[in-house]
Design a protein around this ligand. Structure first.
Ligand code: HEM
Length: 123
């Protein structure tokens, strides 16, 4: 009985130690994966140029719009030419000279993945 109590005691504290160790590892990784922390070059941006993998740089920030494309009010084909590029003009003109609504600009913020590298802006 004494032995059983001892084993249970050891098992309990080992599981606590494992949990603490896992948490420490997870916390260590967090800063690298935080949204907005990455600085992205035009070359890296250009890799994400398809409907399934679509990033756009808009006014100095980079957005991963892959999940948003199917939700956009027009067919995705309207946005795909801007994927992998500096797309401020597309966002500001919708292709016919009219800016998106404040609601659209607010929604855009939720897709931010980083900042466009200094000097990489197209304008
Ligand atoms: C950059 C390329 C883009 C182009 C060419 C484009 C074009 C358009 C067009 C033609 C419309 C429908 C016509 C109209 O409402 O006037 C529209 C509506 C809309 N788009 Fe885009 N769009 C782009 C990117 C985006 C992005 C990145 C978002 C948000 C994450 C977005 C959100 C919306 C919303 C919410 C509407 C409804 C009307 C509004 O709120 O302005 N669009 N867009």
């Amino acid at each position: 009985m004494k032995k059983l109590c001892y084993s249970a005691f050891v098992a309990f504290w080992s599981s606590i130690a494992t949990l603490l160790a896992l948490q420490a590892v997870a916390t260590d990784e967090a800063p690298d994966t935080q949204a907005g922390a990455a600085v992205i070059s035009l070359e890296e941006l250009a890799v994400h140029n398809s409907e399934a993998d679509c990033w756009m740089a808009i006014e100095g920030k980079v957005y991963n719009l892959s999940d948003y494309l199917p939700k956009h009010p027009t067919p995705a084909s309207m946005l795909v030419p801007w994927c992998g590029k500096e797309a401020t003009e597309g966002m500001r003109t919708k292709g016919y000279g009219r800016d998106h609504s404040p609601m659209a600009w607010e929604m855009l913020q939720t897709y931010e993945v980083g900042t466009l590298a200094d000097g990489a802006s197209a304008d």
